[in-house]
Design a protein around this ligand. Structure first.
Ligand code: ASP
Length: 325
């Protein structure tokens, strides 16, 4: 079953809006006015991922920090065997091996990533472990897998019966042309803001279906699939990773916001940078999602069909993105 068919398409809504206190108080010692603002947490994710985004939102409402909330949120889809684009059940490469990519970035500008990992489902959590437990930012392939096992992760077979059948069908024609097909482009990029007002993000994927063995896309590349600058905002990408990498898309969006663009304007400009390298309508999809520190959201894609899921004040809803075509 395709993800679009099995996920609940409806809005998950809850009553009871929270109003954040914005208290100005006098710091007697320093005799200065301090803004004790409590931020209203929010979570925003690429595509229609009500469960994952709701998990992150609830975590944030219960006081989790933004990084932990994002990692726990995306873990839902990593474990979802029916999702053929992320984690267990993801589409394999041309040789029939499922290889996963993920990265995380926190409000302090720290980050971790794992590339082309086999047999480990929760690669966003593993990327967080790389960030916290190692002196490195990126671990790839067998090194990442061994690190995971040392950290207590249980190796699993990630190739589901359904993904295996689809791969066997693909083998008959070996169509190498990348199509604009939401089922081939469904990386989860999630940005969270916690009640301390700190932003973090996670991005996790099985990458392009039937990619060449060893291929890594944008998703685990800091600055391409994900970038967070806690003084400005954050951005995530989905779609044809090669095109995102060439324009360092998520970093570009955050830098455009730093220069004063809104998240929407920044996403649109980043899409235009890609289109500027191609004549006419490209036959691939790229989509961006961004937030600034105020929680203003922007999203834009080349082709129609992209949407994102937004959680705030216990309301979790899927929103269609604007697109060029
Ligand atoms: N960006 C991912 C990649 O190129 C694919 C996707 O978004 O589904 O690996």
């Amino acid at each position: 079953m395709k993800r679009r068919n099995f996920l609940d398409q409806s809005t998950i809504g809850f009553a009871g809006l929270l109003i954040s206190p914005n208290i100005l108080c006098l710091n007697k010692k320093k005799n200065a006015v301090i803004d004790n603002k409590k931020f209203e947490p929010f979570a925003v994710s690429t595509w229609n991922v009500p469960m994952a985004n709701n998990i992150a939102g609830n975590q944030l409402d219960n006081g989790a920090n933004a990084l932990d909330a994002a990692v726990k949120g995306v873990a839902y889809e990593e474990a979802n065997i029916l999702n053929t684009t992320v984690g267990k059940g993801g589409s394999p490469d041309r040789d029939g091996n499922v290889t996963l990519d993920a990265c995380v970035m926190n409000h302090e500008g720290n980050c971790g990533a794992v590339l082309a990992v086999q047999n480990i489902t929760h690669v966003a959590a593993l990327a967080k472990e790389v960030m916290i437990q190692t002196p490195h930012v990126i671990l790839a392939g067998e090194g990442a897998r061994k690190f995971a096992i040392n950290q207590g992760y249980i190796p699993e077979n990630l190739l589901s019966d359904e993904s295996k059948k689809a791969w066997e069908k693909w083998l008959k024609n070996k169509d190498f042309k990348v199509k604009i097909n939401v089922e081939n482009h469904d990386t989860i990029g999630m940005l969270c803001c916690d009640s301390a007002g700190n932003l973090s993000g996670a991005c996790t994927t099985s990458g392009l279906a039937y990619k060449m063995p060893g291929r890594v896309g944008d998703s685990p590349i800091i600055g391409s699939g994900l970038f967070v600058d806690n003084s400005v905002g954050g951005a995530v990408a989905t779609g044809l990773g090669e095109e995102v990498i060439k324009t360092v898309g998520s970093f570009l969006i955050v830098e455009l916001m730093r220069q004063g663009r809104s998240p929407q304007e920044a996403c649109e400009e980043a899409i235009q940078r890609i289109l500027g390298k191609h004549k006419g309508k490209p036959d691939f999809q790229v989509a961006y999602l961004a937030t600034n520190k105020k929680g203003d959201i922007g999203s834009y894609s080349i082709a129609s069909g992209f949407s994102y899921t937004h959680y705030k004040n216990k309301i979790n809803k899927n929103i269609n993105s604007g697109s060029v075509y």
